[in-house]
Design a protein around this ligand. Structure first.
Ligand SMILES: Nc1ncnc2c1ncn2[C@@H]1O[C@H](COP(=O)(O)OP(=O)(O)OP(=O)(O)O)[C@@H](O)[C@H]1O
Ligand SMILES: [Mg+2]
Length: 663
């Protein structure tokens, strides 16, 4: 059958010499190991080994005329093969010069149908094969050479060097060839939706990104690890991860991300539940039974043989109702025993699913995690040493009971299986680069740059906010889609701290918009449109105001329509806005919000017991606080989070008048 394909033709150079130096009985196992490595790498990039002969091999990648997948896969595989072979040699401390010579070409081939058994069916012939083999002959050690079609397909992401064309067809004609030099890093797409918005590509952080990417490669081929990304607010932790997620490396892994929330210390399993919800695509609009159905389906998909054992416990952890045999499985199991079984099944689920596809679990804002999640994660971290699961914890330092505690736990218990990356401030030159990027072609006077660089101390978020405040104040204006620095720059005051700049930006909002933002900040870092709408009955033109806040990048939209959820673009902005509200109005707002949540989420109210207890506490409404604390305690108990349950019950007791305590 005639088809398009990309052929990778490889020669393992130095193998002959190595073979001669080894005892006879070591040669064939060594070759076997190398072949296994090649096969695995090829498979990861959708390639199929076609033929081995001693020290040469062929890999075939399906290609189509419509897109470039064949070429892209082959090129990624080529880079990877080189890397893999290098680490193979290093790991074995082999002192030999084994290297690969690689030739790649895309074109027509004819495949299959030439023999009876499986092997001979794989026979291929055709132009791409001839060219790939020919190109390989011209490759030097460690060189990857490709034909023109591949260069065309990959030139966006890879730098090539044009080489002298090589003779083919007995010298009748020549074939243009190119050497692969380096992969250009793929960048996060920050296309602007509004002309006011400022964006920059990531400055610096290449070393950190590459370190993590190396660990991900290792995850794909061998095993995971625990990575902590640690740094102050606004230093660029989340951005680093967002940037890494853009790399093609991620295509072969499943990434699940959950986050702890600043009001979430009392919300049992909050980050873990958020992970499962996004994994099973459960939304706030789903009823309990719809959520349960989605969860079961997803677990069945990755662990079909064990679904009836695993599902009841995960559903229980998530507070979902069970029926029939699933209910029977969990009935009567309580407290510590329940906690243990939930954990066991969670582990089983991970271990089973990573046999097929490696998994990365990201916990954002780990410093706000609740204690049941922390206990659970501690035990899950251990899996990364022997399975293809990797954990990425993103956290600010200085939170003793959560973040710092976990860091210490890892040092004490998994010293060899974790790594902590401290994100340091940008260097002065990097800060300058960031300022320039944000302003596009406009330039600030040198002395202003210096003041900004000095005051912001390399905190990218601080730098961004200073530039945004310049735009708010007309120091930087937008003309014909371009930024322009105006004369006002000479009177510009640059705040001393990041808090000052954020607060002064909030202060300058018009009264109603500020009121809207205040209400939102009382809801939390994330807020649902529906709840905000319900809680702010007196603010007209809410949509326009939200649009404006989006435009000045104080908030962003985090979910597509239907279920609109917004979030403060940065946690600090939410905290500071919240702190700036006077005590009495804060209390009133908490009450309004609690009532709105009761109304908007009447159907899934059990998911909000903890949140409602929190808002009613802040509203100083004792009756309701006690009511929801007890319900939240019951709910935690049911879901196996006994430490949260007891803390809810304790809080409830503390709130009760003496006369009621005995009941
Ligand atoms: N290296 C960088 N280059 C360009 N922009 C950056 C860089 N690092 C961060 N930023 C920008 O600075 C802002 C703050 O970064 P980010 O949200 O990643 O901080 P963070 O460390 O996660 O803070 P927090 O602890 O509050 O979550 C973002 O708008 C981000 O895009
Ligand atoms: Mg962050």
């Amino acid at each position: 059958m005639k088809q398009q394909a990309t052929i990778l033709s490889a020669e393992l150079s130095g193998f002959q010499a190595l073979a001669e130096s080894l005892p006879q009985d070591e040669i064939s196992p060594l070759l076997g190991e190398i072949h296994a490595l090649v096969e695995k790498t090829a498979r990861l990039h959708q390639g199929k080994i076609n033929r081995y002969t001693g020290d040469t091999f062929l890999v075939v990648f399906n290609a189509s005329r419509k897109d470039h997948t064949g070429s892209v896969n082959a090129v990624n595989a080529a880079f990877e093969l080189k890397d893999q072979l290098d680490s193979f040699i290093k790991d074995r401390k082999m002192d030999s010069s084994l290297t690969l010579k690689l030739g790649l070409a895309t074109g027509d081939i004819i495949m299959g149908g030439f023999g009876k058994d499986e092997k001979t069916q794989e026979t291929i012939m055709g132009e791409a094969l001839v060219y790939a083999n020919r190109i390989c002959q011209f490759a030097g050690e460690g060189q990857i050479l490709v034909d023109e079609k591949i260069r065309e397909a990959c030139k966006e992401n890879i730098e090539f060097q044009v080489l002298e064309p090589i003779p083919i067809k007995g010298g009748e004609t020549t074939l243009p060839i190119f050497e692969l030099i380096v992969k250009k890093r793929k960048k996060l797409d920050l296309t602007k939706s509004s002309e006011r918005k400022i964006t920059s590509e990531m400055v610096g952080r290449i070393r950190e990104a590459e370190l993590i990417e190396g660990l991900i490669k290792n995850l794909v081929t061998a095993k995971g690890t625990v990575v902590n990304i640690v740094g102050k607010a606004g230093i660029g932790k989340s951005r680093l991860l967002a940037e890494i997620k853009e790399q093609p490396l991620f295509e072969g892994v499943v990434l699940l991300q959950g986050s702890a929330s600043s009001i979430g210390k009392n919300l049992s399993y909050h980050p873990i539940i958020s992970i499962f919800k996004s994994w099973a695509k459960i939304t706030e609009d789903d009823s309990q039974s719809e959520s349960a159905e989605k969860l079961e389906k997803e677990i069945r998909r990755v662990a079909s043989a064990k679904v009836d054992e695993i599902y009841p416990f995960i559903a229980t952890m998530m507070g979902l109702p069970l029926t029939g045999m699933h209910k029977e499985r969990v009935d009567g199991i309580e407290g510590e025993a329940l906690e243990k079984l939930i954990l066991k099944n969670l582990r089983d689920l991970i271990v089973t699913s990573v046999k097929v596809t490696p998994l990365i679990i990201v916990i954002e804002d780990m410093h706000w995690a609740d204690s049941s999640s922390i206990t659970m994660l501690e035990s899950l971290f251990k899996l990364s040493g022997s399975h293809r699961v990797m954990f990425i914890n993103i956290l600010r330092p200085g939170y003793k009971e959560s973040g710092d505690y976990i860091l210490k736990y890892l040092v004490d218990n998994l010293p060899g299986d974790h790594i902590t990356i401290n994100i340091s401030p940008l260097a002065n030159t990097e800060s300058k680069e960031l300022i320039d990027n944000l302003l596009q072609k406009a330039r600030l006077p040198e002395e202003i740059n210096e003041v900004i660089i000095k005051k912001t101390e390399g905190n990218p978020f601080f730098i961004e906010e200073v530039i945004r405040s310049f735009i708010d104040e007309g120091i930087v204006e937008i003309k014909d889609n371009h930024f322009r620095v105006t004369d006002k720059i000479h009177n510009a005051k640059i705040p001393e701290t990041i808090n000052d700049v954020i607060l002064s930006r909030v202060d300058k909002l018009d009264e109603k918009t500020r009121e809207l933002l205040n209400t939102a900040s009382v809801i939390g870092r994330n807020f649902y449109y529906k709840v905000l709408e319900e809680a702010t009955d007196t603010i007209e033109e809410m949509d326009e105001r939200l649009e404006y806040l989006k435009d000045v990048q104080m908030i962003s939209e985090s979910k597509p329509k239907e279920e609109i959820e917004y979030l403060f673009k940065h946690a600090l902005a939410q905290q500071l806005t919240y702190d700036s509200i006077i005590q009495q109005s804060r209390k009133d707002l908490h009450l309004k919000i609690a009532r709105s949540i009761e109304k908007v989420f009447a159907e899934n109210i059990q998911d909000y017991y903890g949140t409602l207890a929190y808002h009613y506490t802040k509203a100083e409404n004792k009756e309701k606080t006690i009511h929801y604390l007890i319900l939240a305690g019951d709910e935690s108990m049911k879901s196996g989070a006994s430490s949260e349950a007891s803390s809810f019950y304790k809080d409830a007791l503390n709130q009760m008048p003496e006369s009621r305590k005995n009941n």
